[in-house]
Each structure stands twice: as structure tokens, then as C-alpha cells.
Write a protein that binds this ligand. Structure first.
Ligand code: COA
Length: 178
């Protein structure tokens, strides 16, 4: 059984795109998606290729992409904590938005988090990102806090979380577990 079937036995069909684990060579395109669609207008580049590469190599993170032929059109980065998981990145290229890719990646990460023994998924969204806030609310995420001046421009972040109730098919151990 491959990891995708283990994490989500009934993974929906995404038509033209295929969900896949990120490879090291995907670090640059993922970083560019973040720069273009999430970090727009912010000084610096937080999720640059080297940070994405670090997440791809980190045994306590999971980096998932969707591909169409050789190009990457969406990515998600999840980091496992002791009891919770943090969604560090979720981005879908504009031509592929509103086709269900974002919700599929998010549900996939929720399943993965549950499978790894986490019951809560946390994330931060730019307060100015109306579409992302609507997206997360539509998927059941609730605001827990406004973090003042979270971004370098002084922009606030909205901290959101979601209790994971997905029933996994099996439990697999965390890489760092004994
Ligand atoms: C936010 C984002 C991840 C959503 O991914 P997506 O694949 O476009 O979303 P989906 O197609 O799965 O949408 C699921 C539901 O979320 C809601 N939603 C998504 N985008 C929305 C928007 N722009 N406005 C209002 N509601 C929206 C809708 O309820 C939608 O269901 P519907 O299309 O049947 O109405 C994607 O648009 C994106 O990457 N945006 C830019 C980057 C960003 O802001 N990322 C999150 C910051 S951490």
C-alpha cells in the first residue's frame, strides 16, 4: 500500500493533476509559488527554496504537491509538533484555484496529522488575505487569535485551528518516535 492510500484511502480524483510527495528538486518551484501568491508585497522571502528544501528533508515535516505533467501547481507544508501539527504553507497557482485542489491538500494534511497522532491543526493567515480566510472558514477552521504585527510590514496574522476528527485507516509512527 502506498503512503497516499494509507493516509487517505478514498483520495478524490483531481482530474488533470496528480498529488505527490515533494522531491528535493521541487524546492524552487514551491518557493516561487509562496513568493508569488502568499508572500506578495512582503520584504524578504521566508519560504525561499532553501527553507522549503529543509522542510522536504525534515523527518518531522511533510511536503505535498500537485503536479500537471512536470509543473507544480500547488503545494502544502505540514510540520508535526508533539501534540499538534502546523500548516506552514498552502498555495495553489491562480489558474488552478477554485477547482478543489486546496481543499484536497488540506484534508490530506489533516488525515496525515491524525495518522501521526495529532488532534489539532494550527495555521496563520495574513489578515489581508480575504480569500484564504474564506477558504479556511469554509473548511471548518476557526479563528483563535489575532497576532498583531506578525509580518515584517506590520500586518497582522489571523491564527486559526481545526480539531481533526478524520478516522484514519491505521496508525503509523512518527519518524522521531522510539
Ligand atoms: C486559499 C487557497 C489555498 C484555496 O485553494 P483553492 O484550491 O482555490 O480552494 P478550493 O477550490 O478547494 O475551495 C474550497 C472552498 O473554499 C472557499 N473558497 C476558496 N477560495 C475562495 C475565494 N477566493 N473566495 C471565497 N471563498 C473561497 C469556497 O467555499 C470553496 O468552495 P467552492 O469553490 O465550492 O465555493 C488558494 O486560493 C490560494 O493558494 N490562494 C493564494 C495563497 C493563499 O492565500 N494561501 C493561504 C495562505 S496561508
Amino acid at each position: 500500500m502506498d503512503i497516499f492510500n494509507l493516509i487517505w484511502p478514498n483520495l478524490p480524483d483531481l482530474k488533470d493533476v496528480k498529488i505527490d510527495l515533494a522531491r528535493e528538486s521541487d524546492a524552487s518551484p514551491i518557493g516561487l509559488l509562496s513568493r508569488k501568491y502568499i508572500e506578495t508585497g512582503l520584504p524578504g522571502w521566508v519560504w525561499d527554496p532553501s527553507k522549503v528544501l529543509h522542510a522536504i528533508q525534515d523527518p518531522d515535516s511533510m511536503v505535498v504537491v500537485t503536479r500537471r505533467q512536470d509543473s507544480i501547481n500547488a503545494a502544502a507544508i505540514l510540520q508535526f509538533g508533539r501534540k499538534t501539527a502546523q500548516l506552514n504553507l498552502l498555495v495553489v497557482a491562480v489558474d488552478f484555484q477554485r477547482t478543489g485542489i486546496g481543499s484536497c491538500l488540506l484534508r490530506f494534511m489533516e488525515n496525515a496529522a491524525y495518522l501521526y497522532g495529532k488532534s489539532l491543526l494550527n495555521l496563520e493567515v495574513r489578515a489581508s488575505s480575504d480569500s484564504a480566510l474564506r477558504f479556511y472558514r469554509a473548511l471548518g477552521y476557526r479563528q483563535t487569535e489575532i497576532v498583531q504585527g506578525y509580518y515584517q510590514t506590520g500586518e497582522n496574522a489571523v491564527r486559526m485551528s481545526h480539531r481533526i476528527v478524520t478516522q484514519p485507516s491505521a496508525k503509523i509512527p512518527l519518524s522521531s518516535a522510539p
